[in-house]
Write a new protein. Structure first.
Length: 322
């Protein structure tokens, strides 16, 4: 091993079956897909045929960047113990070690929670639109600093791209949605109450609930099966579910002939931890629905053919398009 400084060697060699495999380390605090692409051989030579082989060393490598490394033949390791070494005749693929939590201090820990999720939800309302950060701030009620950090993160990870000095747009909205699904834990961000009643048609129940919400100045936005059915009839819903800002009072429950149950039922009311779900909505057939991306997200890991309904919605040409 040779080194330019005691702590940052400029060449690393690995011994295997009597052979020495040389790597050239690149010390990057925040490697991005764009950085990786600029370090691919200009003549198209596969990285595994270059010498020494490139090795990225960073504080924390994201799953998206790591997958890009695997696709193109970059080796990578981080301070959390994650290591991916690829060379002819060599493959090491090790996950992070328990108890390690190194990260780039300005990198968002999870862009899919709280006000950060509001920004993602906003952008996915129209996957083709050109945005400015100034448009997102009042719409999400997030700070300009947070919007700037999230947008820069999306650009560095290849989810978005700059189109001018002020404007940007989503570059890979489908991958962004997939990452959101992987990260989401519905039960941790939502409290749900269940009701059963004599109104068996979810559409009828939805319209009665929307009238109640209007009278009480309560926020409501339908989701899951009833929302997917309203946007794209595929699997007829047996449950009406909606996010609400407040529960119906006893008089309303009596009027609608509803009673609380511990589970099941034909009405599910969700109380979100963050009100952003209730402020970024759409109207379809006179019903207020959550966004397409939120419908898709909420139908994951559910029964009653929820994932099938989500997949059918996602295949629509107007999915996540205003």
């Amino acid at each position: 091993m040779s080194a330019s400084t005691p702590h940052r060697p400029d060449r690393i060699e690995v011994g295997l079956d009597g052979k020495r495999i040389a790597f050239r380390p690149f010390y990057e605090l925040k490697p991005s897909l764009l950085w990786l692409d600029t370090h691919l051989p200009e003549d198209g030579t596969p990285l595994l045929q270059t010498t020494p082989l490139p090795l990225i060393v960073t504080a924390e490598i994201t799953t998206r960047v790591l997958n890009h490394c695997k696709r193109h033949g970059f080796s990578a390791m981080d301070l959390n113990g994650r290591a991916y070494l690829r060379a002819p005749g060599l493959l090491v693929d090790r996950g992070p070690l328990p108890g390690r939590s190194f990260s780039y201090e300005l990198e968002p820990r999870n862009i899919f929670v709280g006000k950060s999720a509001r920004i993602i939800r906003c952008l996915l309302t129209d996957r083709d639109r050109l945005w400015t950060q100034g448009e997102i701030v009042p719409r999400t009620k997030a700070s300009s600093g947070l919007v700037s950090r999230i947008v820069q993160h999306l650009i560095s990870q290849g989810f978005a791209e700059k189109t001018s000095a002020r404007e940007f747009r989503l570059r890979d909205p489908q991958a962004l949605l997939d990452d959101w699904v992987e990260s989401d834990r519905f039960a941790k961000r939502t409290r749900t109450t269940f009701y059963t009643g004599f109104i068996n048609r979810p559409e009828e129940l939805a319209r009665l609930l929307q009238s109640w919400a209007k009278q009480e100045s309560a926020a409501i936005a339908f989701t899951q099966w009833i929302a997917a059915w309203t946007r794209h009839p595929f699997t007829e819903p047996s449950i009406c579910s909606a996010y609400v800002s407040q529960p119906p009072d006893a008089a309303t429950l009596e009027q609608l002939r509803l009673r609380p149950v511990t589970e099941g039922g034909n009405l599910w009311l969700h109380f979100p931890d963050d009100e952003g779900i209730l402020t970024e909505t759409q109207t379809c057939n006179d019903l207020t629905l959550v966004t397409d991306a939120q419908i898709y997200l909420d139908l994951q890991r559910t029964g009653l053919r929820g994932p099938d309904a989500a997949a059918a919605l996602r295949e629509r040409e107007d999915f996540c398009r205003s």
